[in-house]
Write a protein that binds this ligand. Structure first.
Ligand SMILES: Nc1ncnc2c1ncn2[C@@H]1O[C@H](COP(=O)(O)OP(=O)(O)OP(=O)(O)O)[C@@H](O)[C@H]1O
Ligand SMILES: [Mg+2]
Length: 475
């Protein structure tokens, strides 16, 4: 492991001693790297841009030489990158102005221990990394034919929504796909959990669904199975087979196919088979077939979606609540982002830590996602719950034991618990229209992945339906 880049921190503090203390705290933390240091203002303009850190820890005492408060605030506002400001008591009157600067992520009251300052800088750096990988995800979303780890050419963003049973996966998947769609991003929402929950939330009948495609895997069939909900404010939808027996049969058939291939390969190298060696070959083959779990017809379905003549810019997958299932293993292989939905509880710290371990391949060779594609969405958050930082720290600590490194995915959004969510679902309305917390959380994620598209302030689209045709009109 260890493929996660360290957070690079630059230290600027008044006096070599303070610099050294902070520097030592950085060196003691394996998640961090010292990008540079300055003990006077003069050193900053040349060293800082060159060092190009993720985070600058700036002791505001350094600024006193600038003379007046206006200049100090201006100076900080012009610094590149994310700033964690250490504020001495005599400058406390400027706190509000510093906090308001977009590049200042934290203002810490002095005295502050070096380890505390560095820990905060780490958190800020993690968010900065989120912004960087957002650019990567967006690039992937816009680049046609981007090569995926799995080998297939996959234009567009594939987001898989995963989490323990009942955490709100389907709610988040539907909300996110709807938000993408409402921003004019052509989106397909895919249900992969059985029985199909996406259709239930949107008030759709359970068929037609993807089952027919497994019998007749052509693009025309696939197109005919994609549903357009009655409300033009909702995205296109492909529903799950809605039949546990059929779904298991598909997964089992995929396994048998992988087994056949593995056994064929091994058997070809053994000319004199005995009953004992046949059993060994079969057992080895079964293991190989499991390890190759990321191939099969469910992967082929995602690939087919990517090859539809009218491509989707975003595909949102509502996964089943367990990773021990081909209906999760296979589609995740094609995801460029996995959102782990969790509640702010100790139980979900364990669940997220476990998912991180499995998905990054630490315990199961079927998954080999890079850490930069994993995110957390905290759902059903209430007053007095663990905060995001406590969640991340808990997850990182759990992962330290198994991954050998304290790491937690960044938190992409926090959704408050709200009775309006279920109420809206019971009335087949979108919680986005009734619950501001849900709406702003989904907006935050949409902006993360498609910020540049959304920031263009394209007038929102409204749709009029004429028979089977939907027309987008500008508001
Ligand atoms: N932010 C929220 N506030 C209040 N209730 C919520 C919130 N998010 C989800 N719920 C409710 O929690 C319940 C479970 O949500 P959902 O079905 O989306 O979870 P899930 O993880 O997909 O479940 P499953 O594991 O069964 O697929 C639903 O009744 C939903 O209305
Ligand atoms: Mg669900």
């Amino acid at each position: 492991m260890g493929n996660q880049p360290r957070i690079r921190i630059f230290v600027a503090a008044a006096g070599q001693e303070t610099v050294n203390d902070l520097y030592r705290a950085i060196l003691n933390d394996s998640r961090l790297m010292a990008a540079g240091a300055a003990a006077t203002m003069d050193a900053l303009p040349t060293t800082l841009p060159y060092a190009n850190p993720d985070v600058l820890i700036l002791d505001a005492e350094l600024l006193v030489g600038l003379g007046n408060p206006k200049k100090m605030v201006e100076y900080v506002g012009n610094l590149p990158g994310a700033v964690v400001l250490l504020l001495p008591a005599n400058l406390d009157a400027l706190r509000g102005q510093f906090v308001a600067l977009p590049n200042v992520h934290e203002v810490l009251q002095k005295p502050v221990s070096p380890s505390e300052a560095v820990a905060r800088a780490y958190q800020v750096g993690i968010s900065a990394q989120v912004a960087t990988s957002a650019q990567a995800a967006r690039a992937a979303a816009s680049a046609e034919g981007t090569a995926q780890a799995g080998g297939a050419a996959l234009p567009g963003l594939v987001v898989a929504v995963f989490g323990k049973g009942g955490t709100g996966k389907t709610t988040i998947a539907v909300g996110l796909a709807t938000t993408f769609h409402r921003h004019g991003i052509r989106t397909l929402l895919v249900g992969l959990d059985v029985p199909d929950a996406v259709g239930i939330q949107l008030g759709l009948s359970p068929s037609p669904n993807m089952l027919e495609w497994f019998r007749n895997p052509s693009l025309e069939t696939l197109e005919s199975l994609i549903r357009q909900p009655k409300s033009p404010d909702l995205p296109d939808v492909l529903l799950s087979p809605n039949d546990a027996v059929a779904a298991a049969a598909i997964a089992n058939a995929d396994f048998v196919e992988r087994l056949r291939e593995a056994v064929r390969e091994t058997a070809a190298t053994l000319p004199n088979l005995t009953p004992a060696s046949v059993a060994d070959v079969a057992a080895d083959g079964a293991q190989q077939a499991m390890a190759a779990g990321g191939t099969g017809r469910i992967v082929a379905l995602i690939d087919a979606i990517r090859r539809l003549p009218r491509p989707y810019a975003a595909v949102v997958l509502d996964l089943p609540p367990t990773l021990a299932n081909d209906w999760a293993v296979q589609p995740i292989r094609r995801a460029n982002a996995v959102i782990l939905v969790a509640e702010p509880s100790y139980t979900d710290q364990v669940n997220v830590a476990h998912a991180v371990q499995v998905l990054t391949g630490a315990v199961d060779a079927r998954y080999r996602l890079s850490r930069s594609s994993l995110y957390i969405v905290l759902n059903r958050v209430q007053e007095g719950d663990l905060d995001g930082r406590a969640m991340q720290e808990g997850i990182a600590t759990l992962n330290e034991q198994t991954l050998g490194e304290a790491w937690a995915p960044p938190i992409l959004a926090v959704v408050p618990a709200s009775p309006a969510v279920r109420k809206a679902q019971m009335e087949f309305r979108s919680p986005l229209d009734t619950d501001p917390g849900m709406r702003s959380a989904m907006e935050a994620i949409a902006r993360y992945f498609f910020g540049d598209v959304i920031a263009e302030q394209k007038p929102a689209r409204r749709y009029i339906r004429i028979g089977p045709i939907r027309l987008g009109v500008r508001r």
